[in-house]
Structures are given as C-alpha cells and as structure tokens.
Design a protein around this ligand. Structure first.
Ligand SMILES: CC(C)(COP(=O)(O)OP(=O)(O)OC[C@H]1O[C@@H](n2cnc3c(N)ncnc32)[C@H](O)[C@@H]1O)[C@@H](O)C(=O)NCCC(=O)NCCS
Ligand SMILES: Nc1ncnc2c1ncn2[C@@H]1O[C@H](COP(=O)(O)OP(=O)(O)OP(=O)(O)O)[C@@H](O)[C@H]1O
Length: 204
C-alpha cells in the first residue's frame, strides 16, 4: 500500500474563495478533494444520502428528479439549527468516509482537502498536516455570494452565522491566503504556497 499523502486542509467562510484557490492548486498539479462536491454528489438524483434525507425531511425538500431541492433545504437548514444538525447527521459521516477514500487513493505530491467546516466540526484537523485559510472581509464575502447565487444579504449572513468567525478561523491557520484583492493576487499566493507544500511533502 502506498503511504498516506501529505494533506493540506483548505477552509474559509462562505464565498471566501475556497473553490477559486482549489482550482489554482489543481492547475498546478495538486490533487483536490472537495467535501462540497462530495456533498453535492450524495444529494444528486439517486445520491446515496437521498433516501435518508427523504425519510427525515419529507418530499418538500426533494425535487421532481429525485435530487435534493437545495434552495428549500437551505431555507430550512439556516433558519433552524436543529434542522441543520439533522441534515449534518445524515451527510457528515458519508462525507468523512468518501473524502478519506479519495485522499488515500490520491496519486500526486500532496492533497488539498477542501472543508468549509474544518474548524467548526468533527476531527478534520487530525487528518491534515497543515491548515490553510482563505480569508477576505465579510462585506466582500457577502457581495461575491450575492453576485454568484443571487442570495440576499440576510441569507448570506444566516449562513455565516452558522460558521466560525474570521478571527477564530485565522487563529487555527498555518497559512493564510488573503483573497480580498484580485484573482491574479490570489493566484500568486497559491503559486507560492504550492512550492512550499511540495517542499514540505518531500521532507516528510
Ligand atoms: C444546505 C445545502 C443543501 C445548501 O445547498 P447550496 O447549494 O445552497 O450550498 P452548497 O452546498 O454549495 O454550500 C455552499 C457553502 O455553504 C456553506 N455551508 C454548507 N453547509 C453548511 C453547514 N452545514 N454549516 C455552515 N455552512 C455551510 C459552506 O460555506 C459551503 O461552502 C447544502 O449546503 C448542504 O447540504 N449542507 C450540508 C452539508 C455540509 O455540511 N456541507 C459542508 C461540507 S463539510
Ligand atoms: N479574488 C477574487 N476577485 C473577484 N471574484 C472572486 C475572487 N475570488 C473568488 N471570486 C468569486 O467569488 C465567488 C466566491 O468564490 P468561491 O466560489 O471560490 O468561494 P467559496 O469559498 O468556494 O464559496 P462557498 O463557501 O460558497 O463554496 C465566486 O463567484 C468566485 O468566482
């Protein structure tokens, strides 16, 4: 069996730029394991989590094709912490298992494991050799999510309220990517971190 890969945990608040940073790491050759993408697969039509979600929440959160109605679930989950906990109770164990499998199967110098709730929940930190936080001002997060998804400021704030604050997240970071600027600025920081992670993975 090949040895466990060097794992960089990548986290950040909603809309901070995790996917944009992960895309750049992937373009440079890192293997990206994305827990948001895994959650989407689990809740697609015929996704492995859908029977349990239907049983727990009923047909109101299931679209005509059998996939999760994401807007309906988002309204429930971020209005009531009990509903969010119920959803996480179904999805998180499946996400943990599948992301561990993908990390172990990774062929590459190192893995970037993208986890929105890395600081908030579970034992994610134990899985990571290093923790990288993507950071930008809250007003920028809100504006970017509004532009991307059409959510209102109140809706974005409700999601942010379910996440760690900037200071708490930054206090855990080994590395910080400042994504308050341009995409080019983000890419330059990722390029520099890629060199550092290659060196750390080699030294291990
Ligand atoms: C509530 C859902 C259906 C809303 O779907 P939607 O398409 O609007 O969002 P998407 O899944 O693309 O997530 C976008 C962002 O929302 C935030 N977010 C998602 N889930 C959570 C959560 N449980 N708590 C806090 N923030 C969350 C993260 O910043 C994430 O990057 C969806 O987010 C979901 O299934 N969440 C539960 C799974 C989970 O906890 N995922 C995080 C990976 S560990
Ligand atoms: N430096 C930047 N300048 C301008 N727009 C950006 C920048 N970085 C990311 N964006 C845009 O902001 C939005 C949020 O970025 P991204 O999707 O990468 O964040 P995320 O942290 O993965 O979000 P989520 O938590 O919702 O999954 C996207 O539309 C993205 O294209």
């Amino acid at each position: 069996m090949s040895p466990a890969p060097f794992v960089v945990g990548l986290t950040g608040g909603i809309g901070s730029g995790k996917s944009a940073a992960a895309d750049r790491f992937a373009a440079l050759g890192a293997v990206v394991v994305d827990t948001d993408a895994i959650a989407h697969e689990l809740t697609a039509a015929a996704g492995a989590a859908m029977p349990a979600i239907r049983a727990a929440f009923g047909d109101a959160v299931v679209a005509a094709d059998g996939a999760l109605d994401r807007a309906a679930m988002r309204r429930l989950a971020f209005a009531d912490p009990r509903e969010r906990t119920r959803l996480e109770g179904i999805l998180h164990p499946l996400i943990r298992t599948e992301s561990a499998r993908q990390c172990m199967a990774a062929q590459g110098a190192y893995v970037v494991l993208v986890v929105p709730l890395l600081v908030e929940s579970g034992n994610w930190r134990e899985r990571c050799d290093r923790l990288c936080v993507v950071d930008c001002p809250e007003a920028v997060q809100i504006e970017r999510v509004r532009a991307r998804n059409g959510l209102s400021e109140a809706e974005v704030r409700a999601i942010m309220a379910a996440q760690a604050g900037r200071a708490e997240r930054l206090a855990c970071a080994d590395d910080v990517i400042d994504n308050g600027g341009t995409p080019a600025g983000l890419h330059a920081q990722v390029d520099a971190l890629h060199e550092r992670y290659l060196a750390l993975a080699r030294r291990r």
